[in-house]
Design a protein around this ligand. Structure first.
Ligand code: COS
Length: 379
């Protein structure tokens, strides 16, 4: 078994690292403070080909595979998690929805624009009453001639007010539970697609999270993604891949926590020596690094399984579970190592601490990951 990355992936990683250091990290504090959309950062990511990572080359994508995408996402999130989340959702939940479940016409219509960033993609599953219990969603999809009419309210939609294309899951059969949900590709310029309230969030403040009203929203039958009533399985299959993206994000945030802690521990002196000379600090650094490297191995393994066409759902959940817990551990200890300074906005670790928190919540909570993992052993 060889744990070294091939040279092309090392070069990709290095390019993403330099990009994140030069273009994302310097803008991250401002976007957080002002709660301003990271649109310019996303545009720069598009120029790098990072919006087409999941798109095959024949449609103009950079086709980096899940492993390449994961490596890029780790670096982007080290610089700016708000940008990282946008790139992850766009690639793993929207582009992949069409690559994996779209027909030829849908691929030709949308993938070239998604790959270049001409279109930004969103994913609309959650509702007020259906978060973890995604299969109980109630937004309606009613057939009307050759079209469908969508009605209802979606919640927690990442950049739903900035996206050009939204994958929307709605109930097409009231009595069929998880077998009565259909996925639709919706142009957000359609009348009846109405972004509403923007959430005031603890972290990821450069990534707007909005409520979405579907108000008599007409969708042509040609925009049904996959088969009618197969939407729940599509949603779950996409989330399996999305979780590798969020694991990568968590690792990026944790990496940033470790780097900031190592720097501060080397510079800050107490009792006549740097903090790094104290065993209590060394133990924190060692635990942080070990948590990160364990999570990285799990994440790259899940990505490799997915790229190899093998089952990876459990492994993706394991990666997300470990990486998101690790990110929160690292963020807590990074603030602790910085002491009072870490509790102020003069240092980035308080932002990392707030950004890390969501990784245990979205695209399946920690509790849902444990459920998904445990049931593969217990049934
Ligand atoms: N891939 C493909 N199909 C899947 C799947 C997956 N990962 N997981 C479940 N399915 C299928 C099942 O095989 C089953 O198919 P059949 O109808 O043919 O039997 C169907 O979907 C229903 O599965 P299940 O009974 O397991 O559904 P549950 O309602 O019990 O839900 C969990 C299972 C809890 C795992 C699911 O609801 C979940 O992941 N919730 C978290 C949602 C989430 O991440 N929300 C965040 C949204 S983005 S911020």
């Amino acid at each position: 078994m060889d744990f070294d990355l091939p040279e092309d992936l090392q070069m990709l990683q290095q390019a993403a690292r330099e990009f994140a250091e030069n273009e994302l990290a310097p803008r991250a504090a401002e976007a957080d403070k002002e709660e301003s959309w990271v649109g310019e950062q996303v545009r720069l990511c598009a120029e790098m080909g990072f919006l087409g990572m999941a798109v095959p080359e024949q449609y103009g994508g950079s086709e980096l595979g899940t492993l390449g995408s994961s490596l890029v996402l780790m670096e982007l999130n080290k610089g700016c998690a708000s940008t990282g989340t946008t790139v992850s959702v766009h690639n793993s939940l929207t582009c992949e929805s069409i690559v994996r479940f779209g027909n030829d016409e849908q691929k030709q219509r949308y993938l070239p624009k998604l790959a270049t960033g001409e279109m930004l993609g969103a994913y609309c599953l959650s509702e007020a009453g259906s978060g973890s219990d995604a299969g109980s969603l109630v937004c309606r999809a009613t057939p009307d001639g050759d079209d469908w009419i969508l009605d209802g309210t979606k919640l927690w939609i990442s950049h739903g007010n900035q996206a050009d294309l939204a994958v929307i899951f709605a109930r097409s059969d009231a009595d069929a539970g998880t077998r009565g949900i259909t996925a639709f590709l919706v142009d957000t310029s359609s009348e009846g697609y109405k972004p509403g309230k923007k959430e005031r969030k603890m972290g990821l403040r450069g990534s707007p999270t909005v409520e979405l009203q579907l108000d008599n929203l007409r969708v042509p039958a040609a925009n049904v993604l996959g088969e009618v009533n197969d939407g729940f399985k599509i949603a779950m299959a996409l989330l399996d891949g999305g979780r590798i993206g969020i694991a990568s994000q968590a690792i990026g945030i944790a990496d940033a926590c470790l780097a900031a802690s190592v720097k501060y521990a080397g510079e800050r002196e107490q009792f006549g020596k740097p903090l790094a000379a104290f065993g209590a600090i060394q133990e924190k650094i060692a635990d942080m690094a070990t948590y990160i490297e364990g999570a990285r191995l799990l994440t790259l393994r899940a990505a490799t399984l997915k790229d190899g066409g093998k089952p990876y759902g459990r492994e993706a959940s394991m990666a997300k579970l470990q990486a998101s817990r690790g990110a929160n551990y690292c963020a807590k200890e990074a603030v602790q190592i910085h002491g009072g300074a870490g509790y102020t906005r003069d240092f980035p670790v308080e932002r990392y601490f707030r950004d890390a928190r969501i990784t245990e919540i979205y695209e399946g909570t920690t509790e849902i990951q444990t459920l998904v993992i445990a049931r593969t052993y217990l049934r």
